[in-house]
Design a protein around this ligand. Structure first.
Ligand code: SF4
Ligand code: SF4
Length: 481
């Protein structure tokens, strides 16, 4: 099975219960954002920009748990920001598991190993020494980490433990070069790989979560699936990038780029995803076949954004994860007050121009599961896709050229670092204004980049992004409870 039986049964029971009760709208997955703080500044992420004035704010733990109870979605995806920065993330995961929910922790992977070391410290006894030896041998923990683990954990707080009800959902947008470029920091891909390897040794369930942009090469996505399948991940979610307002504004303002150069139109999405069903045969892609057919351009679906509601520090965000027309105090209130007929694309016509190019999973994947645009045979297709044996682990992942960036000296920030060195500055100590003024003095930022980094050092879009990194070099000060 692609998705474990107990979890599938839980979701199926939830849908059947509401169908029998003729509930017109109900939640399948809650996107819970306890905070918007993040340690990264990924290109294309509207979250940390849309909520830039409230980055230090966090939801109370009780409010997070109450939100899950209120909408009663069987699955909760804890996202953000970076949820592992949330000071009570362990209590939140444990609380949601106690409520009987399936929990996805959507993370950029940078703090996963720390949380898993805490887990090991929490369960430490000499019986786990062979596991520690294995982790040491694989260089996934250091001798110092092993000592920390052996001391045990005495603060009485829970840890994030492996269970079939919980997935680490790791953000991976490509192989090393591409991923580090998109997350705007070198070394992130490598850390994600190490976190995934450690998680699999410890028995966690792991999924990868990928957004496809205009610049994403389809071949690279397939290579990425091969590599992570070989590492033993349990499944992949994949969705097209979309030019929603906040991300679009960020593109223009911060990177000086036309969103059309970066995000996908519907037609482009269909091109990129034309082989998704083949990917689904070879790799464990999560989601329904109906949604895959939609992405491949074989059918239309109606948006059901209400089935994947977003709750954050400002309330229930409407109409969807991507667009914000308002925040509501309660899920029911949002369902009642929002005119859902204003959104989505019906028969190829956008009811709201902002929805025109959207085919994202948070709007359309539930439509496949809920039978919104039911066609004969859909239930059988969805059933078969999930219940048939899952694709075998890819055997030749070691042949994938996964470390094609900074690990082989091809880091996209390397020219920037070199330029700083020439100027006698460290990257951390660099005065952003100095570079911006230099850029301003040049006729174009590309010209400035050529002068600083050499004409052939990086491609035009990479030069723009290197410059953008200087513009966005602000540090976030965390407010903890
Ligand atoms: S990891 Fe990247 S995509 Fe995720 S919240 Fe942080 S900046 Fe946004
Ligand atoms: S189509 Fe649905 S999910 Fe997409 S932007 Fe519009 S309301 Fe949001």
């Amino acid at each position: 099975m692609r998705f474990p039986l107990a979890l599938t049964a839980k979701i199926a029971r939830h849908i059947i219960k509401h169908k029998l009760a003729r509930t017109p709208k109900f939640a399948l997955v809650l996107q819970l954002e306890p905070l918007h703080t993040c340690n990264l500044t990924c290109t294309g992420c509207g979250r940390i920009r849309e909520y830039s004035t409230s980055l230090k704010d966090m939801m109370e733990l009780e409010h997070c748990l109450a939100a899950a109870n209120e909408c009663d979605a069987p699955m909760v995806s804890i996202c953000g920001g970076e949820p592992l920065i949330y000071p009570k993330i362990e209590e939140l995961v444990e609380g949601l598991l106690d409520q009987g929910r399936i929990v996805y922790v959507c993370t950029n992977g940078m703090f996963m190993r720390k949380k898993m070391k805490d887990y090991l410290a929490g369960i430490y006894s000499p019986a786990i020494e062979p596991t520690l030896a294995k982790l040491l041998d694989a260089k996934l923990i250091s001798d110092k980490d092993a000592e920390f683990i052996r001391k045990g954990k005495k603060d009485g707080r829970p840890t994030i433990r492996p269970t079939k009800w919980m997935y680490w959902n790791v953000h991976i947008d490509g192989l090393e070069y591409t991923h580090d470029l998109i997350v705007e920091r070198e070394g992130v891909f490598k850390e994600c790989v190490e976190a995934v390897r450690m998680a699999k040794i410890l028995g966690y369930q792991v999924a990868t979560n990928t957004t496809v942009y205009k610049e994403t090469q389809v071949q690279e996505i397939e290579e990425m699936f091969k590599y992570f399948s070989w590492l033993g991940v349990d499944g992949h979610t994949i969705s097209p990038g979309y030019d929603y307002d906040a991300a679009k504004r960020d593109m223009v303002k911060r990177l000086g780029r036309d969103p059309k150069d970066f995000f996908l139109t519907r037609e482009m999405t269909r091109q990129k995803f034309k082989d998704i069903q083949k990917w689904g045969e070879n790799f464990t892609i999560f989601g329904t076949t109906v949604y895959q057919e939609f992405l491949a351009g074989k059918r239309e679906l109606t948006c059901t954004a209400w089935a994947i509601p977003t709750r954050n520090i400002r309330g229930w965000k409407a109409p969807c994860y991507l667009m914000t027309d308002g925040h509501y105090a309660g899920y029911r209130e949002m369902l009642e007050k929002v005119d859902w007929n204003k959104y989505g694309v019906v028969d190829g016509v956008a009811r709201d121009p902002r929805c025109e190019n959207c085919m994202v999973h948070c709007g359309y994947d539930p439509s496949g599961a809920l039978g919104t645009n039911f066609q004969r045979g859909d239930n059988w297709k969805n059933f078969k896709y999930n219940f048939w044996p899952k694709p075998a682990r890819y055997a030749r992942g070691h042949e994938v050229n996964a470390f094609n960036g900074v690990s082989i000296g091809r880091g996209h920030l390397a020219p920037v670092a070199a330029a700083l060195k020439t100027a006698g500055l460290t990257r951390e100590g660099a005065n952003t204004d100095f570079y911006l003024n230099q850029a301003h003095a040049s006729k174009t930022s590309s010209e400035f980049a050529d002068a600083q980094f050499g004409p052939d050092s990086v491609g035009p879009s990479q030069r723009e992004e290197s410059l953008a990194k200087f513009r966005d070099a602000k540090k976030i000060e965390l407010k903890t409870e």
